[in-house]
Ligand binder design. Structure first.
Ligand code: GDP
Ligand code: GDP
Length: 455
């Protein structure tokens, strides 16, 4: 038998942190010069703390990992993001809308020495309508004498003003306590995944691949129902759409339907948004433009889905634009660049003509089934016994590691633990995954395969 202290765990599948889900997001919003950056630095303890390492970000980074009282969260300073062309009021309104979409909690910073301005009041309106928790920060209260300035901000009507001095640190601990209290409860993603209700789909893809056109096609006949049921405060941005006689929840359609002005930061926010949509989804439909070559960004989005452990469907859109030659090259591209996700169901559609709209539901069902497949332990061990005898691991340094036994530790996605007598090399692990899929399917599901090595 294998006792615990003889076991070394090597995770060859997912990053465990990834499974715990991303940290909640706190966005800092407010007019220029109210002290947002100073406050962010204060929260970070002035660490050089850039953690979001998102490829393709050309502007200064704006999201940072922070922690208070043992709770991790991500602080986003939306101050740097201002569309160039719009006037100040419009720009700040846009910033607030963005923050509301992205964040679990919004910190709204007002300069208490100035008091509430018209722009502040406009922002309050947006924040209030969103239903997201807001922590009102009355900044620049550097001493007790100016506390009355802070109290005057009760007039904004979004609750208690928290007087702080971001510059000197005064009362910033109390402020962070208030932020923590407003964060959503920490819930393991498993719990969330097993929630009932309509199945949850994230429709993903880089700009212009046809996401909003597709939504219109899908929602067209049934008219989309904007979700206004319980839980609205947490997800006011989804749509319930009837397809194939059932209701589905499309995550973050507000983000798809609303067009943000193109700007330097767009890519960065798109990545954050993709991540948070994935966090709430069960299955991702990644839309790519079949008439163009696969882009780096398409591949990156697909990787994000695989890493998130969600089910995956790949949809090639704009099929009406493809001629014989392009179809040929597309197949080669897929073979070359999407080999690692060849298990994902694929649909070739046109959001413009409506081609193959009826293929979405079967593809999504297939992926969700694969994602939730559980193999009985007896079958699994029969499979490994056969595999080990017909295709043993190559001998390395006089030793031949073997799979002793295996269990399926979970579903959504399927997770396996292999108890082995030595380290299985990469090629052999890939071989195991391929054979597992041949035997049991798992279409649309990334597999998480971990080893426990008994030396
Ligand atoms: P942002 O544009 O909202 O990011 O504002 P900044 O953080 O750049 O701050 C604008 C100015 O206000 C800077 O000169 C800061 O030093 C100053 N400031 C920020 N917080 C405080 C504070 O708590 N008290 C005082 N007196 N000044 C502050
Ligand atoms: P999004 O940015 O991903 O939401 O993309 P849109 O839905 O706004 O589509 C971008 C452009 O592609 C628009 O001009 C659409 O009319 C066009 N488009 C979308 N789907 C199709 C399609 O299936 N065929 C063709 N020919 N054009 C499409």
């Amino acid at each position: 038998t294998v006792s615990d202290n003889e076991i070394e765990t090597v995770d060859v599948g997912f990053d465990v942190d990834e499974q715990e889900g991303p940290a909640p997001v706190v966005a800092v919003v407010g007019r220029p010069n109210v002290g947002k950056s100073t406050l962010v630095n204060r929260i970070l303890g002035r660490r050089e703390a850039v953690v979001e390492d998102v490829p393709g970000v050309t502007r200064d980074r704006v999201a940072y990992d922070a922690a208070w009282s043992g709770r991790r969260f991500t602080v986003v300073d939306t101050g740097g993001w201002l569309p160039d062309s719009a006037g100040l009021a419009a720009a700040i309104a846009e910033q607030a809308r963005l923050a509301v979409d992205l964040a679990d909690v919004v910190m709204f910073v007002v300069d208490a020495t100035v008091g509430a301005t018209d722009v502040d009041e406009a922002v309050v309106e947006i924040l209030r309508r969103s239903g997201k928790p807001v922590v009102l920060v009355a900044n620049k209260v550097d001493n007790a004498a100016t506390e009355a300035d802070a109290a005057a901000l009760w007039s904004l009507g979004i609750g208690e003003p928290h007087p702080v001095s971001a510059l000197h640190g005064r009362a910033s601990g109390d402020l962070l306590d208030a932020v923590l209290a407003a964060l959503p409860e920490e819930a393991p993603p498993e719990t969330f995944l097993e929630l009932g209700g309509p199945r949850r789909i994230a429709l993903l893809g880089r700009p212009n691949v046809g996401k909003s056109s597709l939504l219109n096609q899908l929602a067209g006949e049934t008219r989309a129902v904007v979700d206004s049921v319980a839980g609205t405060t947490r997800d006011p941005v989804d749509e319930l759409i009837d397809l194939g006689g059932r209701t589905w929840r499309f995550i973050d359609t507000a983000g798809i339907r609303r067009r943000h002005r193109e700007n330097q930061g767009a890519d960065f926010y798109a990545t954050l948004r993709t991540r948070s949509a994935l966090e709430r989804a069960e299955v991702a439909v990644v839309l790519v433009d079949g008439s163009e070559q696969l882009a780096e960004q398409d591949l990156r989005i697909i990787s994000m889905v695989v890493e998130s452990g969600r089910a995956l469907v790949i949809a090639y859109n704009k099929w009406d634009l493809l001629d014989e030659e392009r179809r040929h090259y597309l197949e080669r591209e897929i073979e070359r660049q999407l080999h690692h996700v060849r298990w994902a169901p694929r649909v070739n559609v046109s959001a413009k003509t409506g081609r193959h709209m009826d293929r979405f539901v079967p593809a999504i069902d297939t992926a969700l089934d694969g994602w939730g497949t559980r193999v009985p332990t007896s079958k699994l061990n029969q499979f490994f016994a056969d595999l080990v005898s017909s295709h043993p691991h190559p001998v390395r340094g006089g030793k031949q590691p073997r799979v002793l036994f295996a269990t399926q530790a979970g579903v959504r996605p399927p997770r396996f633990v292999l108890f082995t007598s030595g380290f299985l090399e990469e090629g052999y692990r890939r071989f195991i995954e391929r054979r597992l899929r041949e035997e049991f399917g798992f279409p649309g599901a990334p597999l998480d395969i971990a080893m426990k090595i008994r030396e």
